[in-house]
Write a protein that binds this ligand. Structure first.
Ligand code: ZN
Length: 440
């Protein structure tokens, strides 16, 4: 395959057997390195009675222990680090939405692999030198700066715009002749709306032609909306903060799933209840292993993202397997404005306020293409409170929620027993605490 189609043709089209053999060789290497250099990981393997020598085939990955978010938290900050500080050139971090953030240690080799994976993705969706990519994901932590490194690795110019100050972002798109945009789908639509208010139709007035959208799941119906609003060919991409974010999986022009860069990452798809693998193409939870990181033992991390994994051949010619859209979470996490939010976090905050009664509801809506969280809370003695007291309580609760989840909710206080009751004994209580009214 020519490099017109692939940035890294040899590795993107490795024959399946060779790709699987490379995955096994790299898996054996990372497991051996993790057991040799991380006491935490070595102990985890000892507990389940497995040693590096037991990994003889790729199926043996199933004998290795899972990493959960709590595992990373317990190992905070460097229990899973596999190298000394003299090899570290960057440290990234997850958002820490559910407690301590997870620092992600990066060596030169990790950085080069990260840039390469992103370069492949950007090339795959059609970006080339002479394109100008505006990166409208947040800079800071967690970051999507990997897209910038990838673009630069491929010789594509980057405007490191970040988010916020939308007037400036729109000016840059228009005045610099920006041709490609990466951002969340909701922020992309928001920018298009803001431009319209100024009489600018980004679809027809700008030079935008490619859009790469990620960090929050979006349905297939969103593709037409994004194309119409921004005038772009819209592609989906997937990344997790624990694996440095973007550069894990991305759609090719066939647009039937996202190729996982499987010489660097081993994806499994399991039944979240039994933890057994599901059949090719069937829905399940994605589990991720970094095959090339020499700084972190990221082996069998449970994403709790529900998707599918298929090794069916793709018409684009790439041999790497594909994951489907993320259709949900195997836990009760929600994505609000691109941030992961758990109802249990809201509950924890509310418990600190003695005025607040037991029942609450999170109403999530899409207003002007941005997520809006409204927190309905029952308050003890609500009828006796003055408007001023209600206002004060609302502000204190909203500030507490903002400090914990990063989102400021609108507050609606009400009488005790005024919200719909939760029914006991019927599955997850959290389901009754969420009213998700978003359609896209
Ligand atoms: Zn393909």
């Amino acid at each position: 395959m020519s490099d017109e189609v692939c940035f890294d043709p040899k590795n993107e089209t490795l024959e399946r057997g060779a790709l699987r053999a490379l995955q096994l060789e790299r898996l054996q290497h990372v497991v051996a390195a993790a057991c040799a250099r991380s006491a935490v990981y070595k102990e985890m393997c000892r507990e389940v009675g497995v040693a590096p020598a037991d990994v003889r085939t790729l199926d043996d990955v199933r004998r290795l222990p899972f990493l959960e978010k709590t595992t990373l938290r317990d190992a905070y900050p460097d229990g899973l680090r596999l190298c000394g500080l003299d090899d570290i050139i960057e440290v990234h971090s997850t958002s820490g939405t559910t407690g301590k953030p997870t620092p992600i240690w990066v060596t030169r080799r990790d950085m080069d692999a990260w840039a390469l994976r992103n370069a492949r993705s950007l090339w795959m969706v059609g970006m080339r030198p002479r394109d100008l990519l505006q990166n409208c994901f947040g800079y800071g932590l967690p970051t999507s700066i990997g897209l910038q490194y990838g673009a630069q690795h491929a010789g594509i110019g980057v405007v490191p715009a970040g988010i916020g100050r939308q007037e400036l972002l729109i000016d840059l798109i228009m005045d610099l002749g920006v041709t490609a945009l990466c951002t969340t789908p909701s922020y992309g639509l928001y920018l298009a709306d803001k431009a319209k208010e100024r009489g600018i139709d980004l679809a027809s007035d700008s030079q935008l032609r490619i859009g790469l959208f990620g960090a929050e799941p979006w349905p297939e119906s969103g593709r037409d909306r994004l194309s119409a609003a921004l005038g772009v060919d819209a592609f989906n991409e997937y990344g997790m903060g624990e694996f440095l974010g973007p550069g894990m999986a991305c759609e090719c022009p066939v647009k039937e799933g996202m190729h996982v860069w499987s010489d660097h990452l081993l994806a499994e798809c399991i039944d979240p209840e039994t933890c057994e693998p599901v059949a090719d193409g069937e829905p399940g939870e994605l589990v991720w292993t970094s095959l090339t990181s020499d700084s972190m033992a990221m082996i069998r991390y449970r994403s709790h993202d529900i998707s599918s994994l298929s090794w069916a051949p793709c018409a684009c010619g790439r041999t790497h397997p594909k994951i489907g859209r993320i259709t949900g979470r195997s836990d009760d996490a929600l994505s609000v404005g691109g941030l992961v939010v758990f109802p249990s976090q809201i509950e924890e905050v509310l418990l600190r306020f003695h005025e607040v009664a037991n029942n609450f509801c999170m109403v999530i809506e899409n207003v002007d293409n941005l997520d809006r969280l409204t927190l309905q809370v029952e308050v003890r003695g609500f009828a006796e409170l003055t408007n001023e007291e209600r206002e004060k309580l609302s502000k204190r609760v909203a500030a507490g929620v903002k400090a914990t989840i990063g989102v400021t909710p609108r507050m609606q206080l009400s009488e005790p027993f005024s919200l719909p009751r939760m029914t006991s004994g019927q599955g997850k209580t959290a389901c009754h605490r969420v009213d998700d009214r978003r359609t896209c």
